[in-house]
Design a protein around this ligand. Structure first.
Ligand SMILES: NC(=O)c1ccc[n+]([C@@H]2O[C@H](COP(=O)([O-])OP(=O)(O)OC[C@H]3O[C@@H](n4cnc5c(N)ncnc54)[C@H](OP(=O)(O)O)[C@@H]3O)[C@@H](O)[C@H]2O)c1
Length: 419
């Protein structure tokens, strides 16, 4: 696409993001981009734009040769995949915000980009207004990226913040989030971690060249977190965040997971409250960098879509440098995680599955331990999610020094306190 060519957009979806984009584009005439047609699902709905702009027939957009950019912001992952792939195959650039569609179809979308040479951009799909994908793609060399730790889901962060600050229990905080529009009426995708792990799947590709289906990642949400967990955290001057984390291990592999985690008061992520998102990147020479911003909402998300549209002016496309131009990293499972586990009854906790236990407490109604568990145990079992059990990683949870682990276990055995 040459720099002076007008961008003629076919927009799919006119909901929170689509309408936001329509308004934002009206305020940025210098971009030289115009929405020619908008495809929606229900033609009967009243819209805040001229009727002539709308159609319910996708062919009108996909078969229009004048349209050179398809922006897809619909809430149906299967339909979004069909739209994106057909548009790429017919030589149109595609901008998308559908994290589920991208995460679940990444291998074939990567192949299609290689095949067609077309641009497929999706900055809005992870952390909305925070330009995390382009930064990972352009800035951090593979060897220098030690770790990335992020809050990528605003709904769960809002709920956890209200549990902490207003001392609400989980259900009360969820109801408040729904009343204020920060959680869906069916909140399962957000609170059980599916949305976060979807985003994490393709962020791992841009960070480390890892291509893995979201379901193959270790993840959980915040559905089991209790007010008593928040109380324990407060007493220890900690916060609880649903944290997506990836870090290089000593053996060269990458540890990655999305789990609730305690963060210390001086951790940048503890400043990320309510519906906001945050990303901390630790790299070789720059040390820590912190990105903070709105991870959802009409204009914040539309701003990321706009930035992708604008990048199409200079034919920008992701090069997937870590995947194609470096030796891609691999996920590694040979490490251990230090975790706090709270539960109603010891009978639900297979204590022999802990490498060792460092702390345990028992109150009348709730008990907890802090122990070290192998990543593989968590990956292959469910006990830590069931029977009202809540697992929260400690701050700095990854243990990959296996010699220390053996020594520690031995010394606890000798002291008669290992299990
Ligand atoms: N909302 C956010 O803050 C946010 C942030 C980041 C990413 N995203 C992602 O952006 C996408 C859109 O989210 P949203 O919140 O804007 O959704 P939304 O408010 O529910 O709007 C969805 C739109 O998609 C249209 N639609 C659904 N199926 C369609 C189909 N097969 N063909 C054409 N149009 C179709 C709907 O048409 P009708 O109007 O006729 O029903 C509606 O206009 C989703 O993938 C979401 O995950 C959203």
């Amino acid at each position: 696409m040459d720099n002076h060519k007008k961008l003629i957009i076919g927009l799919f979806g006119f909901g929170v993001v689509g309408e936001g984009l329509y308004k934002v584009l009206q305020q940025t005439p210098s971009l030289n981009a115009e929405i020619k047609k908008v495809c929606i699902k229900n033609s009967g709905k009243k819209r805040n734009a001229p009727d002539a702009l709308f159609t319910a027939d996708k062919e009108e957009l996909l078969n229009d040769d004048e349209i050179n950019v398809i922006v897809e912001v619909i809430d149906d992952a299967n339909a979004a995949y069909e739209i994106a792939t057909r548009a790429l195959k017919s030589g149109k650039a595609v901008v998308s915000a559908s994290k589920k569609m991208i995460a679940e179809n990444l291998p074939s979308l990567l192949e299609l980009q290689l095949e067609t040479g077309g641009s497929f951009l999706y900055e809005a799909a992870a952390c909305a207004s925070i330009p995390v994908i382009r930064n990972l793609e352009e800035y951090y060399d593979n060897d220098l990226l030690h770790s990335i730790k992020a809050i990528v889901n605003g709904s769960t962060n809002f709920i956890l913040t209200r549990m902490f600050e207003d001392k609400l229990d989980f259900q009360q905080a969820l109801t408040l989030a729904q009343q204020l529009g920060f959680a869906e009426s069916n909140p399962k995708l957000d609170i059980e971690g599916f949305d976060a792990v979807n985003k994490w799947a393709f962020l791992l590709t841009h960070a480390y060249g890892i291509v893995e289906h979201p379901e193959n990642n270790l993840f959980n949400g915040i559905q089991n977190i209790k007010a008593t967990d928040a109380k324990v955290a407060s007493e220890k001057h900690l916060h609880i965040k649903l944290t997506a984390q990836a870090q290089k291990l000593k053996n060269g592999g990458v540890a990655a997971f999305v789990l609730p985690q305690f963060v210390t008061e001086d951790d940048h992520l503890s400043f990320v409250k309510n519906e906001y998102n945050g990303v901390v990147i630790e790299s070789g020479f720059a040390d820590k960098q912190f990105f903070y911003g709105k991870g959802a909402g009409s204009f914040p998300t539309a701003s990321a879509v706009l930035s992708d549209i604008s990048a199409l002016r200079y034919q920008y496309k992701y090069e997937y440098k870590k995947l194609y131009h470096h030796i891609p990293n691999e996920l590694n499972e040979d490490y251990f995680l230090r975790a706090y586990v709270s539960f109603d009854d010891w009978k639900f906790i297979p204590r022999d599955k802990c490498e060792w236990i460092e702390e345990w407490h028992a109150n009348e109604d709730r008990k907890y331990l802090v122990g070290v568990i192998s990543f593989r145990e968590l990956k292959t079992s469910q006990w830590w999610k069931e029977n009202n059990t809540s697992l929260i990683l400690t701050a700095n949870p990854v243990i990959d020094d296996l010699d220390i682990r053996k020594l520690k276990k031995k010394s606890l055995e000798l002291a008669g306190i290992a299990l």
